[in-house]
Design a protein around this ligand. Structure first.
Ligand code: SAH
Ligand code: SF4
Length: 435
């Protein structure tokens, strides 16, 4: 979400004739987009922000914009006091305060900021930043902002505000604009992406939106994330199965495999329900793959409860795991009312147990691709090899002298590791049997 937000700020700045520079020392404007989801992210943001102080001292004309979850929907007084060298504070996803500030400096009409059709985020007229146009093969597209759920550990709803879906016309016109700039794959983003359109009357749901996007010529692939177990509908499963350009991959976090921990997290489902959901998706969507998030060391999580998570993962064997050690976030229910009982050492231990297990599972899943042909959309050259992804979002590397950027090609897999696959291009003419 932050990557997409930053891109939009960059695009908005380019509308004002700013250009990207690679060193902070050369910049006239620095935007720091921040994440607060865990303490480590916050510490990193504070560290980098503090390091900008000396730049501002050397160059008082420098404009520093602090953006994102550190600011939240409404900046608090304590932020102004703590970071007096910051010129502009802006909420997640909102480039307007910065643009208004720069307009004011230029002596231009502020009202234009409110109404101007030039602001990508507001009217769907997205332009990729110049260094990405014609280069970026994949792009993120937020289709909603905020979250109205209340998982007890999570700071996102209080920082990004309540759930709000964006109009379908904006999403469609942004997608068309991106495709016209060379993008072949979009990933639709939302905190509970399957709830798209549910917060306002008369909007299409995610399945209907996917169908609309599917008609856009030149768009080769559509992905979406993050799903919530309670909101993945059969209609969505059938839509994913039916539409060839919607990729068969679900990012659907379980967070824990223990019912009591899930209840304390207020996730709204049991491990058994999650198990059934995975089985249902597997039965309706052929060749589907899964990404999953897990938090280890949630307040009160016993070793036995943790073992339930291990058991669930051993049983379900999902493709990818995003692991996090529980981090108390100020103001959340879990940080306020539940003691952080699991030691750092024990959190690390549980982290490693799951990490190791997932590595074994991933290798095993990847080995099933050996000798098979898989369709890869190539994104960029990395250390002499072309990097792309297959429909299941697996990273695939191929050696080739040709320019493969943006090409969708069949690849025969020759090597399988835990994180990626290696393969070779299948010569055209020989692909007929498998492609
Ligand atoms: N909306 C998505 C993702 C939210 S944040 C969802 O509901 O799953 C991304 C991930 O960060 C979460 O899935 C969770 O695993 C992790 N996370 C969020 N808050 C956390 C916290 N306080 N401590 C550790 N991990 C956290
Ligand atoms: Fe946070 Fe839960 Fe909303 Fe995801 S669904 S953003 S974890 S509150």
């Amino acid at each position: 979400m932050n990557v997409a937000d930053s891109q939009r700020v960059a695009a908005a700045l380019e509308h004002l004739d700013y250009q990207h520079v690679s060193r902070a020392e050369e910049a006239d404007v620095i935007v720091m987009n921040t994440c607060m989801v865990r303490q480590s992210a916050e510490d990193k943001a504070v560290g980098r922000l503090t390091s900008l102080k000396s730049l501002k001292k050397k160059n008082p004309a420098l404009v520093i914009n602090l953006m994102g979850c550190m600011v939240g929907v409404k900046p608090r007084k304590e932020l102004y006091e703590r970071f007096p060298f910051v010129d502009v504070f802006s909420a997640p996803s909102d480039p307007r305060p910065l643009i208004a500030h720069l307009y004011q400096q230029m002596g231009r009409d502020l009202e234009e900021v409110e109404t101007s059709r030039r602001f990508a985020w507001l009217d769907g007229d997205i332009r990729l930043p110049a260094d990405e146009a014609g280069q970026a093969v994949t792009a993120f597209l937020p289709i909603m902002d905020g979250c109205s759920n209340a998982c007890t550990y999570c700071i996102i709803p209080s920082r990004r505000g309540g759930e709000e879906s964006r109009p379908a016309e904006h999403i469609l016109s942004e997608t068309r604009a991106m495709v016209s700039q060379g993008v072949k794959e979009i990933t639709l983003l939302g905190q509970i992406v399957d709830r798209y359109g549910q917060d306002q009357p008369g909007m299409p749901n995610l399945s209907q939106l996917l169908r609309m996007l599917h008609t856009i010529e030149g768009l080769e692939r559509i992905r979406f994330l993050t799903s919530h177990p309670n909101w993945v509908t059969e209609e969505l499963m059938r839509t994913v199965a039916e539409l060839p350009r919607v990729m068969p991959h679900f990012e659907v976090p379980v967070q824990s495999g223990d019912d009591e921990v899930l209840e304390n997290m207020r996730r709204g489902y049991t491990a058994g329900q999650y198990r059934e959901l995975v089985a249902r998706i597997r039965s309706l969507v052929p060749g589907v793959s899964f990404g999953n998030d897990i938090i280890v060391g949630f307040p009160g999580e016993t070793r036995e409860q943790f073992e339930h998570t291990v058991g669930l993962i051993e049983e379900l064997r999902l493709d990818v795991m995003h692991l996090a050690r529980y981090s108390p976030r100020k103001g959340t229910v879990s940080a306020t009312r539940m003691a952080d009982t699991v030691s750092e050492e024990e959190k690390w231990e549980r982290f490693r147990v799951l990490e190791e297990l997932q590595e074994q599972i991933s290798v095993e899943i990847h080995q099933r691709y050996l000798g098979e042909v898989t369709e890869v959309l190539f994104e960029e050259r990395q250390r002499g090899r072309w990097k792309g992804r297959n429909p299941n979002n697996k990273l695939v590397f191929v050696e080739s002298e040709a320019d493969l950027r943006g090409k969708l090609l069949p690849v025969r897999v020759t090597l399988a590791g835990p994180w990626s696959l290696v393969g070779e291009l299948v010569e055209s003419g020989k692909t007929a049997e498998k492609a």
